[in-house]
Write a protein that binds this ligand. Structure first.
Ligand SMILES: [Zn+2]
Length: 394
């Protein structure tokens, strides 16, 4: 079977047929390595490991020299298919029915990876085999849906240690809520998880004077966390939001006052905060609300999910214009949604995210529109053309 590397749909199909449920690779990285090497890219396949986590295959590929360096990032691993008998078409069959290509990862994000590879190779072919100036690189990992410790974060450090240049990055995660062209993500909110413990003293409900119920104290602490907004939002971000995600007492009896009460909360926060300043503010809020004598503590989970923003400039404008030309829709610039590997990439270069429509990601019968995959390829191709035609090399 010969695969046309500029045919993003065939490439998506071939990738879907690699059963790459994290941490398995299923041949996906090798497939991309072959395709890119065949098109003249210099290809590396570093494997990263860490005790307690599975070894992961990664791919770094580059064509051309130096600046400006445009990078496409992505992942080939996928979440488990769930009950395979509930899929209308096999999760790893890559069936195309009508305009839909079915399979786990079609949307998140083998379709996006395939579109970027096809676009880059088509650009190189049209320009004598390689970028006339600057370079195009690929950062592809097999560890995004899993622990994400042997993937992009290490691949970026690996590339930096080799002196690889990265100026601007497109991450092809599914960013569009309803239709291709809805939304470009130019940043992400940060995420911080806190855990509150209130200590009391266990006892019989009929003899409360001999016990100390921790629940009312916990309730007042949680009420204080939600009492007033954390902020009013910023020009590109919604207001930060705190949600209590669980309250646990572990008490199955109706006649016992429990000894300990716990709660966990998570904040999705904007660029007014760092994880440290937010933790300090929440700690102060809790301290001010704690009734006298309450024995309580709060701890925050270590996090590297800080909020970030790629200030809209020429790079973002190329993408906005390319999307509008291809789809007739002018995309919103957004910072909503969960975290992604962009949180690691932003420490190395400017990053924006634009990919397929996310509606079916992680679901049974995940599917991508064939038309969308082709349009996404066209959009990436047009951004690459614009980028090398007008980005300066410094
Ligand atoms: Zn993804």
């Amino acid at each position: 079977m010969t695969l046309d590397p500029t045919d993003a749909v065939a490439l998506t199909q071939a990738l879907v047929r690699c059963p790459s449920v994290t941490p398995a690779d299923g041949g996906a990285i090798a497939l991309l390595a072959n395709v890119l090497a065949g098109a003249g890219f210099e290809v590396h396949r570093p494997v990263f490991s860490q005790p307690g986590t599975p070894d992961i295959e990664n791919l770094y590929a580059r064509i051309g020299e130096g600046a400006p360096a445009l990078v496409f990032a992505g992942h080939t691993d996928v979440v488990p298919p769930g009950d395979e008998t509930r899929w209308t078409h096999g999760p790893f069959a890559g069936a195309i029915v009508g305009d839909m290509l079915y399979g786990r990862g079609a949307v998140d994000m083998k379709g996006g990876v395939a579109a970027s590879v096809a676009a880059a190779i088509a650009y190189c072919r049209a320009h004598g085999g390689r970028p006339p100036r600057g370079s195009i690189a690929f950062l592809i990992t097999g560890d995004e849906e899993g622990p994400a410790v042997n993937g992009t974060i290490k691949l970026l450090d690996w590339a930096k240690a080799r002196g690889e240049r990265l100026d601007h990055c497109i991450l092809g995660e599914p960013t569009n809520p309803d239709a291709l062209g809805d939304m470009i993500k130019i940043g992400r909110r940060g995420s911080l998880t806190g855990r509150i413990v209130v200590e009391g003293m266990q006892g019989h409900v009929a003899y409360p004077q001999l016990a100390d119920n921790p629940i009312p104290g916990l309730v007042s602490l949680l009420a204080a966390l939600k009492a007033t907004p954390l902020d009013g939002g910023t020009s590109h971000f919604d207001p930060s939001n705190l949600e209590v995600t669980t309250v646990d007492v572990g008490n199955a009896a109706t006649n016992v006052i429990p000894a300990t009460a716990r709660a966990v909360f998570n904040v999705r926060f904007n660029d007014l905060w760092t994880p440290a300043t937010l933790a300090d503010a929440l700690r102060a809020r809790l301290a001010a609300a704690a009734p006298a004598g309450l024995r309580w503590s709060v701890t925050f989970d270590p996090t590297n999910a800080a909020a970030f923003l790629s200030e809209p400039g020429p790079f973002v404008a190329f993408m906005v214009d390319a999307v509008e030309r291809a789809t007739g829709r002018r995309p919103r610039l957004s910072t909503t949604g969960g975290t992604s590997d962009a949180r690691f990439i932003k420490d190395h270069c400017q990053v924006l995210e634009f990919g397929l429509v996310g509606q079916t990601m992680h679901q049974i019968d995940e599917c991508a529109s064939v038309t969308d995959i082709r349009q996404l390829t066209e959009i990436y191709r047009s951004v690459v053309e614009q980028y090398f035609a007008s980005m300066s090399a410094d």
